[in-house]
Design a protein around this ligand. Structure first.
Ligand code: NDP
Length: 335
């Protein structure tokens, strides 16, 4: 099996030298296990946290271990009655070309229902994150205004399109004119470029009645531009802070925490963080039903950014955190 192991904890943007390329024979499956050949590897922002030993909601990847990650794989050998060779499954094989996994952690995929890569994006964890965070925490009502950044990514694009299906006015924020044009194509009511100057002024024009739900994907200057536009009783599902994952030092002063807490008080805001796993037991099945229908009926569109070759994974990952991806970031290991 070809593998990327974590060699060092990255300082700032991860570099190729932070990873070690290795080749090892794949481990034969025990009873209840399945040997898999990786077809597609998902690259997701949370992996930056796993590369670091700063305190987080999940344990870091140990130095010398294979980097973790969701995978779409083909069953090579099965020692479980539930799977047979040739089947395609969703698993958690990591950055490697073969993996040996417990059968109970795998989900069979039907390529006739949807392209199997969608299990890593719109019909998988990122799509579910959008669905759960928006509905359970954002709770938008028809007619309200919902804003989201990283809006062409798998989470943000689903947030905007689901909000639109719920009858909301949607404001998408992305980096660059090509992404903004795509947001318009997706049906966002307003599409703003956070790289093209005064975002606060752009927001004033795009959301003249203010923002009722801000789905927080990025933090940093985008959040600062959003805050003055939040309406009384606005809800902010805090999903991710992609703008800060490679930060090597705290932002320049002054300390803005007191002003933020003051705003929360004056405007009766709800800021509520979440990790999507919290909602899996109560919402995942309904998500799969709803999202599969929406995708099949063309009500939700999605875009994938697929690079061929496991050897490319470090660069592809680093590029994504800087906005170099356009859609769900996937590495094709063996199509
Ligand atoms: P994306 O594919 O959207 O990639 C991240 C995007 O963040 C980049 O493409 C870029 O988009 C944007 N970005 C990076 N730096 C900045 C910046 N300085 N200012 C503004 N935007 C920036 O990722 P996902 O859709 O997979 O994830 C989106 C967010 O959701 C992430 O924060 C992720 O950590 C979080 N998440 C949280 C989960 C949870 O359970 N809480 C689960 C899954 C994801 P652009 O070019 O448009 O600026």
């Amino acid at each position: 099996s070809q593998q990327w192991r974590l060699r060092s904890r990255p300082h700032g943007t991860p570099k190729r030298e932070d990873f070690q390329w290795d080749e090892q024979p794949a481990r034969a499956p025990d009873d209840g296990e399945v040997l898999l050949r990786t077809r597609y590897l998902s690259l997701d922002p949370y992996m930056r946290g796993r590369m670091s030993d700063a305190e987080s909601y999940a344990e870091p990847v140990e130095l010398g271990e294979v980097m973790v990650g969701a995978t779409v794989s083909e069953v090579v050998e099965s020692r479980s009655p539930d799977f047979e060779p040739g089947q395609t499954v969703l698993g958690y094989g990591g950055w490697q070309s073969f993996s040996t996994e417990p059968a109970r952690s795998l989900r069979a995929l039907d390529p006739d229902v949807a392209p199997v890569t969608t299990a890593l994006g719109v019909l998988g964890m990122p799509g579910f994150t959008a669905y759960a965070g928006l509905r359970a925490i954002g709770a938008p009502q028809a007619g309200e205004t919902v804003a989201v950044a990283a809006a062409t990514g798998p989470v943000g694009s689903a947030v905007g399109q689901i909000a639109k299906l719920m009858g909301c006015r949607t404001v998408g924020i992305a980096g660059g004119s090509e992404k903004v044009a795509y947001l318009e194509q997706l049906g966002f009511d307003a599409a703003l470029d956070h790289r093209s100057g005064d975002l606060s002024e752009q927001l004033r024009q795009a959301a003249p009645e203010g923002i009722d739900v801000y789905f927080e994907n990025v933090g940093g200057p985008v959040l600062e531009a959003i805050l003055p536009h939040l309406n009384t009783f606005a809800r902010v599902p805090v999903c991710g802070l992609a703008a800060t994952y490679n930060a090597t030092e705290p932002p320049a002063g002054p300390d803005r925490a007191p002003a933020l807490v003051g705003l929360i008080l004056r405007k009766s805001l709800t800021l509520r963080g979440f990790i999507q796993t919290e909602f899996v037991p109560t919402m995942f099945e309904q998500f799969l039903t709803d999202m599969s229908d929406w995708v099949r009926d063309g009500k939700i569109q999605y875009r994938e950014d697929i690079t061929v070759g496991l050897d490319q994974a470090p660069e592809v990952f680093a590029r994504m955190l800087d906005g170099g991806n356009f859609g769900k970031t996937i590495v094709e290991v063996a199509g």
